[in-house]
Ligand binder design. Structure first.
Ligand SMILES: [Zn+2]
Ligand SMILES: [Zn+2]
Length: 331
């Protein structure tokens, strides 16, 4: 099968992903084989390819926003799953036995494995997935529309839950990329008022189209203070900036996987029982709930489609912020 494989990480400008022809993989017990129809690209892929993350397995096929159809079942998988349209997220498998797995926080499992990181992902014609990590997709959402929900979308959704924002309250979103433009649609559906802070005029315009009540930049003072916030941009200085906007008792969720250092700030910014919390991966429940919202709302994402062999080029465009919304590869 065709795949884009990473053997040696390097700057994306040097095109580290190489087109290869791999054996078609076979599903083991409790696994399914998925014929990939689209795979979304995410900033974590860029960090993987450029070697910013410690890579446990090389060579590796990246890609963890996978959408396709189950075309072969491993032993022990119910026959009715054959032919099912599914999405595969970043969280590939967990141990099922640790305190986090047993407590419904499997996103924190120390033995978690990730798609396109510990095991080959969706920059390929086929992937093998544990049956529990192949989520049936609701009708009414296309393959390309579903892809960015599987990582950026679900991280944003978890951040929204962790921020504690409720209907009628004001939520601040800092940065407005792929993840945020899914989150705002869920927030608006839940009756949450949204302020968006972004340096990019085109992103502020998109945010207004999607229902943002006010848009501006992080150094500005919004018309009123926010009850909760989510920081999507991986910039530490946004932490004190957002705390300045936050009401007492509110929380700021940090939705970036990596973030630059948070600068020192005066204690009074966090006094008043304000909370800062990070967001790590997502749970099975997060994925199921988001997919449910995706068909109810319905969530519409802005997607640009590319061919599989263009993976280096697309990641480079992402690095240079030339893509608005999400991007997918089509094998
Ligand atoms: Zn991702
Ligand atoms: Zn575990």
């Amino acid at each position: 099968m065709k795949a884009m494989q990473l053997s040696k990480p390097g700057p994306i400008e040097t095109e580290p992903l190489k087109p290869v022809d791999l054996d078609v993989p076979e599903p083991g017990p409790a696994e399914v084989k998925v014929k990939v129809s689209v795979c979304g690209l995410c900033h974590t892929d860029l960090h993987t390819v450029e070697g910013d993350l410690n890579l446990p397995v090389l060579p590796i096929v990246p890609g963890h926003e996978v959408v396709g159809k189950i075309d072969k079942l491993g032993d022990g998988v119910a026959l009715e799953r054959l032919g099912q349209r599914v999405g595969v997220p970043w969280l590939y498998s967990t141990c099922g036995e640790c305190e986090f797995c047993l407590g419904g926080k499997e996103n924190l499992c120390p033995n978690a494995r990730f798609t396109g990181y510990h095991v080959n992902g969706g920059y390929a014609e086929y992937v093998i997935v544990p049956q529990d990590s192949a989520y049936p997709l609701p009708d009414g959402i296309s393959d390309a529309q579903a892809a960015p929900l599987m990582c950026g979308g679900v991280i944003g959704y978890r951040a929204l839950r962790l921020s504690g924002a409720r209907g009628g309250q004001i939520l601040g979103l800092y940065g407005f990329g792929n993840s945020a433009h899914v989150t705002i649609q869920v927030a608006r559906y839940l009756g949450i008022r949204v302020f968006v802070f972004s340096r990019t005029p085109a992103n502020r315009a998109l945010a207004e189209k999607l229902g943002a009540e006010w848009t501006g930049i992080a150094d500005e003072s919004p018309p009123s203070q926010i009850h909760a916030g989510i920081i999507f941009a991986p910039a530490g200085p946004l932490v004190p900036a957002s705390l300045k906007h936050l009401r007492p008792g509110g929380a700021i969720a940090l939705a970036g996987i990596t973030m630059t250092d948070i600068p020192a700030f005066p204690y009074e910014l966090i006094y008043g029982e304000r909370t800062l919390r990070s967001v790590a991966n997502s749970t099975h429940e997060d994925v199921r709930q988001l997919l449910d919202y995706a068909s109810k709302i319905p969530i519409k994402t802005k997607i640009t489609e590319f061919e599989l062999r263009e993976a280096n080029h697309v990641l480079r465009m992402m690095k240079e912020s030339q893509i608005q919304g999400g991007a997918v590869l089509i094998p």
